[in-house]
Design a protein around this ligand. Sequence first.
Ligand SMILES: CC(C)(COP(=O)(O)OP(=O)(O)OC[C@H]1O[C@@H](n2cnc3c(N)ncnc32)[C@H](O)[C@@H]1OP(=O)(O)O)[C@@H](O)C(=O)NCCC(=O)NCCS
Length: 271
Amino acid sequence: MEFKRLSNNLYDDINNTTNKRRRANRKEILEKKKAIGEVIKVALAEKDPLSSFPAFRCYRRENLSVYFESGRGDELSFHLKNYIQNLLKVNMEGPYGFEWPVEEKVKRREMVACEARYIFVYEALNANACKSSSRLERSFTNCRADRRPLVGFVHYRFVIEEELPVLYVYELQLESRVQGKGLGKFLMQLIELIAQKNQMGAVLLTVQKANLGAMNFYVNNLRYLVSTISPSRVDPSIGIQKSYEILCKTFDHEANAILAEENVGSKLSNI
Ligand SMILES: CC(C)(COP(=O)(O)OP(=O)(O)OC[C@H]1O[C@@H](n2cnc3c(N)ncnc32)[C@H](O)[C@@H]1OP(=O)(O)O)[C@@H](O)C(=O)NCCC(=O)NCCS
């Protein structure tokens, strides 16, 4: 009888400890989720993510002089929507091939989402425009916003991926006349700074396998890795049927362990 009571007590103690541990774990998970949600909320609330990086407000090289402005998906003018759609078609119809008609519709919806954040790239009208932002503003005061010459854009979002806050690059699109002049690399450096300033664990992006130029740019030049969440690493037999890879650059140990886990599979050998 005594033994039974003792063993019952022991059983209750173990049960209580396990329940306490479970509750503590649940609390920890909920707190972590809440903290990540807060990080995303703060990042989304920032009006002009570029304002923290004055040295990255413009880019000049030889015969190219451009400056950058922030934008949001739910505040795009008719002109900007048209511009984005046209440039996407010019640059991406080829790499997407037969998937383009469906993809074009998806991209039209994504373009105007309220979480969509943009960096618009405008050609500077005079050589001094890059010297200071105040001069830059003055040089455009008489210029109607929708007449300024755009040469490209970045569409990015602050999202949660694998329970981590990440910056996802939805689009990086430059007109052919400004490609190959270091602008894409500069914009990705800016994106990585924005990600880190906003406590994102990584930058993620999707690239079509057929887009060899972009794949080469990200993997060989910018040292992006094929993410663990890319179909080819989740399951190679599925990955082979997919037309894209998900690439990443991580900024902390946790993100690296979850999204990159550098190994043979994370590096593409055939480009
Ligand atoms: C891909 C893209 C963003 C790259 O930007 P970019 O300004 O042309 O590239 P950069 O001039 O900054 O190039 C940086 C480096 O990458 C290399 N690189 C860039 N594009 C390349 C290409 N198509 N093939 C091979 N290497 C390339 C450059 O040689 C350069 O190397 P270096 O630093 O040793 O000189 C741009 O070409 C583009 O908008 N392409 C069309 C749209 C597209 O494919 N977007 C990506 C969708 S995921």
